[in-house]
Design a protein around this ligand. Structure first.
Ligand code: NI
Length: 138
């Protein structure tokens, strides 16, 4: 592990107060730990955006009883089988399903596939999570 470096940051008092309140709600005891996590998240996102080959997961929630949606989802996933390398399906209740798709490829392709899945008519909620091997933060 490399040595620690210290740096000073100047910012508006109100901005710092808001930041301190927000990180306290998340359970941070030390401001430096929160700043460290923000920097790591930024670097991971940067690494993800610039990566030739990367990976992400898309989580969607939808009502399977909507007639055309389940078929449209299956059709879409099969037509992108080289990118969508795995899916997990959970029946949340009588109607609602949660699906997680693992997508591999260029970040732009992953984002496009994620947008298409999330944007499908009947999908109630969706979110893309970018993942990397963390070269930038190790
Ligand atoms: Ni289901």
């Amino acid at each position: 592990m490399s040595g620690l470096a210290r740096f000073g940051v100047s910012l508006e008092e109100r901005l710092l107060e808001s930041f301190d309140q927000a990180i306290a709600k998340k359970g941070y005891i030390k401001r430096s730990e929160a700043i460290r996590d923000l920097i790591r998240a930024f670097l991971v996102e940067q690494e993800w955006e610039e990566g030739e080959e990367t990976v992400g997961t898309v989580t969607i929630v939808y009502d399977h009883s909507l007639r055309e949606l389940p078929d449209a989802l299956i059709e879409f996933q099969h037509s992108h089988f080289t990118s969508i390398i795995s899916t997990l399906h959970v029946h949340l209740d009588q109607h609602n399903c949660l699906e997680v798709a693992v997508i591999k490829g260029k970040s732009s392709e992953i984002r496009e596939i994620a947008d298409r899945l999330i944007g499908m008519k009947g999908v109630k909620h969706g979110k893309l999570c970018m993942a990397t091997t963390g070269r930038a933060i190790s």
